[in-house]
Design a protein around this ligand. Sequence first.
Ligand code: SF4
Ligand code: SF4
Length: 260
Amino acid sequence: MGILFSAYRVLRDEVYRKIPEISCQACGQCCVSPHMTMIEFCYMVTFLRDKPDYLTYIISRMVPNHSYYPNLLTCRFQTPDNLCSIYPNRPLACRLHGHPVMSNVNEQYRIYCQKARPIDRQVSMDEVHCMLDRIAELNQGYYSYYTPPYWISGLNTESWLTVLFTEIPKHVFRLLRKIMSRELDIQHIPTMFNQPVHLQDKLVLIDRFQSEFSCGNYQVLGALLEEIQHHFPETGAYYFFEAEMYRMALEEKKVQALIS
Ligand code: SF4
Ligand code: SF4
């Protein structure tokens, strides 16, 4: 039994099971590499632990860009007939996709399914916030980065695999790698993950951005933000929340500079 066993139980019983199923048409259009927290990532992978050959195939496959969203990678758990190979353990983002409430949330949910409809009842925004809070609590028990910077908490599948199978020289990622390796115990699978994303390059830019921000070098920050947000699509949309916060702070500084 893994160290996250009790967290999985809460995730399954207190979060996932409360979300009504939607009438998905299995067109496959929405299955880009989804965002999730560490505990969700581990829960998703554990679904395949009893199928080591399939898990090896999943980890080693080279995933193409998604045909509808060319800059995003197709989810590696999607089957050739557009089904989800880890359906009972899929993360919150996938479960909420297609629910009308998500059309009002934020930029990353603008990719919004118009074909699926909830079968029995609609999820409210309050419920979504409760679910996010509950998942945040679960992750906080294992690592402290669920609070800002949020970008570490919600990486996409490709970024989590990059953290798990490559050496990212940053303390928090070493810690996360240790927890995931211990929990998933899949290091014996021949390391065949051949598609790491440019997480490290993005981190270098994020560090540079934060240091320029604290030094007050505001003239370079706009361009850096653009680069961070748009040059690494395969890493997913993480850092968007922080980027928006920084963008607002920058606007405020510019106004202050004009006034003074
Ligand atoms: S949720 Fe919607 S877009 Fe995604 S596979 Fe189902 S029908 Fe297609
Ligand atoms: S985990 Fe499953 S539902 Fe989610 S994007 Fe991947 S294939 Fe689609």
